[in-house]
Design a protein. Structure first.
Length: 753
């Protein structure tokens, strides 16, 4: 008989979550063996060292009673820190030729159990986490994973039919993972000599996962990594909210806001809008692993910044050490977080100096640490590359109108700008509570307000081909959520009874349904002239404004009549509930049988097999040349129609190429012109392409010899549909020899002289 204490613990929701997530993955063709290997890797290799280090560095804040960490905080933050610990150890192992070096971390952690210090760290007490909150967190994780399965996994199944290939961006990430599986320092593997000035930490982590588990990289990128990120972001964000507010209610609302509510949209049932406000739960959660990984890696830093800025608190030196390590782990995960964190610190310093006429030494120290981290990231990891963003006020608004097929007029510009702001700011409706309870001058609130302001301002001031400026807004989503739930927690009654919680939940659910009905109305009348889309922008801006105005009028009338006015909490609940529109969109699409479009074929069949032959029969240091540069065989490099995002050959061969494609690298961005997409940019080095292609179009001892001499080429990967003289290559048996052929590809090995 199971005791009542077990049912009133967090174990039942943990078990239910584990079974549900495993069932979703297995139903989507993840093998049980791979799933167990991945769970063992996370639970035995990653988590124990991270938890041990996290507890060691933060033992000074483990007071008995109020404020002590919960088991959820230790588990989530410790596991995230475990990934941060793995990275430098893996890179050292890669340099010395032993990528399994990361296994010393769990071994060392196990060994620590035999020391007094280790036993003391593992015996530190933690607080319980309310089991009712655990059920809400469980539901949030299951919802998010099911969302991924329903909207993303189904469009890119593990077992793709022959008529389909992996998505284009997936091949890019596979190429970087392959590079970091064998080479350090890393380069862009598909174009020679360009340093990988990119946030590549997630690709190194993927390489580590594959070395340790042996799981195929495609499965890791498509399913296992996104699911792991969901679990750790949900539990990690809940932990930050709990420590910030000291309330379980805030801990469970924060992940719901981030994953279930998302960006407020009243004009589209398409989750992949890619402009204005994009929900966290979009196809980009999988297609851009650096962003999702960056969100996860930012959470320990967020928690520690909140602790350091907590008023009337002396910070132990180890807390600063923990923050420094967390920021370093974040620095190469996503380039957008450190700059907005720095703006937050600068905002606190300036407010204290200009308004309160005093110097905030803690904020100054935090700013100095963030400046050092930003300089490290900019000049060591990103090679001083600015991302080619230019100061171009209003350009993002104009591009957003173009993408939404709305005529650019002064009115539409104003509406679009307001809609872009409103979509994000409604996340933060709960911040009203900070103003009402006079907590907005708290340094933690000031830091978040300054960071959010900077992040939201970037797209209105800066622009770059590929819309990189929007990543700053997306990176502020968790800050907006935290600020919102903090204010919400101040408005909620203490204690929060079940009756009040259910009533507020009902109000939010109804609010979301009304938003969904408006979305359906706008979508049903959408026309090519863009009028319905313009109407949608109007609704995005005015629905929240009308709701707020109506609430204030009713509240004013109630006061005049001597009645108890509606609490501000009611307005906050209605505004936050509008974001639940996204949940209804998911349910509506399911009931209508709408499925996302599957990925198409981006290269002729047989490409993966030919690339796999090179991988299996070559050395990791071997260099490959190919005649394939444009995604479409009929295009020529330099033409506007040439899509330069040809990454798949380096992705599946895991070898460096003289030049395959040239997309997504800083040298290409410098060639971008007005109106060009990322795939349209012309090659930055046409001389290299000419030298490379001469060996295929006009093969001879001279052309091949020069390619081999100048670029140490060991293999030729030939696409038959691209320009090539196969007979000419076969006529040079002393230079190259056919090693593999299928219907669309030929692989030649260069003969050593």
């Amino acid at each position: 008989m199971v005791s009542a204490n077990v049912w009133r613990s967090s174990w039942p929701p943990i078990v239910v979550t584990s079974i549900a997530v495993a069932a979703i993955l297995v139903f989507n063709d993840t093998s049980v063996t791979d799933l167990l290997l991945f769970v063992a890797y996370c639970g035995l290799i990653v988590a124990p060292p991270g938890i041990f280090v996290w507890r060691s560095l933060l033992q000074q804040i483990r007071a008995t009673g109020r404020g002590a960490p919960t088991w959820l905080e230790d588990l989530s933050m410790g596991t995230i820190v475990g990934f941060g610990l793995q990275l430098p150890v893996y890179l050292v192992g890669l340099v010395i030729g032993f990528p399994y070096l990361v296994l010393v971390l769990p071994v060392a952690t196990l060994g620590a159990l035999f020391t007094p210090f280790g036993r003391r760290i593992w015996s530190l007490q933690t607080e319980r986490f309310d089991y009712r909150g655990s059920w809400v967190i469980s539901g949030t994780i299951i919802y998010a994973v099911y969302w991924l399965a329903n909207r993303v996994f189904v469009s890119s199944p593990i077992n793709l039919p022959a008529s389909r290939t992996p998505r284009l961006d997936e091949t890019f990430h596979l190429a970087l993972m392959g590079e970091l599986s064998h080479q350090f320092p890393p380069q862009f593997p598909y174009v020679e000599g360009i340093t990988l000035d990119y946030h590549w930490f997630v690709h190194a982590q993927l390489a580590t996962m594959r070395w340790i588990t042996g799981i195929d990289g495609t499965l890791l990128i498509r399913q296992l990594l996104p699911v792991m990120l969901v679990v750790l972001i949900v539990t990690g964000l809940a932990s930050v909210a709990k420590r910030l507010t000291r309330r379980t209610s805030a801990a469970v609302v924060a992940p719901v806001l981030l994953f279930a509510a998302g960006g407020f949209q009243l004009y589209s049932t398409d989750f992949a809008v890619r402009v204005i406000t994009e929900p966290v739960m979009s196809a980009r959660f999988v297609s851009s692993p650096s962003q999702s990984y960056g969100v996860m890696m930012s959470l320990p830093a967020l928690l520690l910044i909140m602790e350091i800025l907590r008023p009337k608190k002396r910070n132990h030196p180890l807390t600063w050490v923990a923050l420094a390590l967390s920021l370093l782990a974040l620095s190469g995960s996503k380039a957008t977080f450190i700059p907005i964190f720095l703006c937050g610190a600068i905002g606190v310093v300036l407010f204290r100096l200009l308004v309160e006429r005093r110097i905030d030494r803690t904020a100054l120290a935090l700013g100095a640490m963030l400046i050092a981290t930003a300089l490290f990231a900019q000049f060591v990891l990103f090679g001083g590359n600015s991302g080619a963003m230019a100061f171009d006020p209003g350009r993002s608004v104009t591009e957003a109108l173009r993408r939404q097929s709305v005529e650019a007029t002064p009115l539409s510009h104003v509406l679009m700008a307001l809609a872009m702001l409103m979509g994000w700011l409604l996340y933060g409706a709960g911040a009203i509570g900070l103003v009402k309870r006079a907590k907005w001058r708290d340094p933690r609130a000031l830091w978040m307000l300054a960071a959010i302001t900077a992040a939201l301002a970037v797209p209105f001031l800066l622009f770059r081909t590929g819309a990189i400026q929007y990543w700053f807004q997306r990176s502020a989503a968790e800050l907006i959520v935290l600020l919102s739930v903090w204010g919400l927690a101040l408005l909620l009654p203490k204690p929060l009874t079940r009756q009040v919680a259910l009533r507020l939940s009902g109000v939010a659910v109804v609010s979301g349904f009304v938003a969904y009905l408006i979305t359906l109305f706008v979508g049903s009348s959408y026309g090519k002239d863009g009028t319905a889309s313009l109407a949608g922008l109007v609704l995005v801006v005015f629905v929240p404004a009308v709701l707020t105005l109506g609430f204030l009028i009713i509240r004013f009338v109630q006061r005049r009549r001597g009645k108890a006015p509606w609490p501000v909490l009611m307005l906050v609940t209605v505004l936050l509930g509008l974001g639940l529109n996204n949940v209804y969109i998911l349910v509506g699409n399911m009931l209508q049988g709408q499925k996302p479009a599957g990925n198409s074929q981006i290269f002729p069949p047989g490409g993966e097999s030919a690339a796999a032959y090179i991988r299996a029969n070559s050395d990791p240091d071997d260099v490959v040349a190919t005649n394939m540069h444009c995604l479409s065989p009929g295009n020529v490099p330099g033409d506007r129609a040439c899509d330069n995002r040809h990454f798949w050959a380096s992705a599946f061969s895991e070898r460096r190429f003289v030049i395959e494609g040239w997309g997504y690298n800083p040298e290409a961005y410098e060639n971008a012109t007005e109106g060009e997409g990322l795939g349209d940019i012309k090659p930055p080095n046409p001389e290299l392409i000419a030298l490379n292609d001469a060996a295929f179009i006009d093969p001879s001892e001279e052309t091949i010899g020069r390619l081999v001499e100048d670029h140490s080429v060991d293999w030729l990967f030939v696409g038959k549909d691209w320009p090539v003289d196969l007979a000419g290559l076969d006529a040079l048996p002393d230079l190259v020899a056919r090693r593999y052929e299928n219907g669309n590809y030929v692989v030649y090995e260069v003969i050593d002289p």
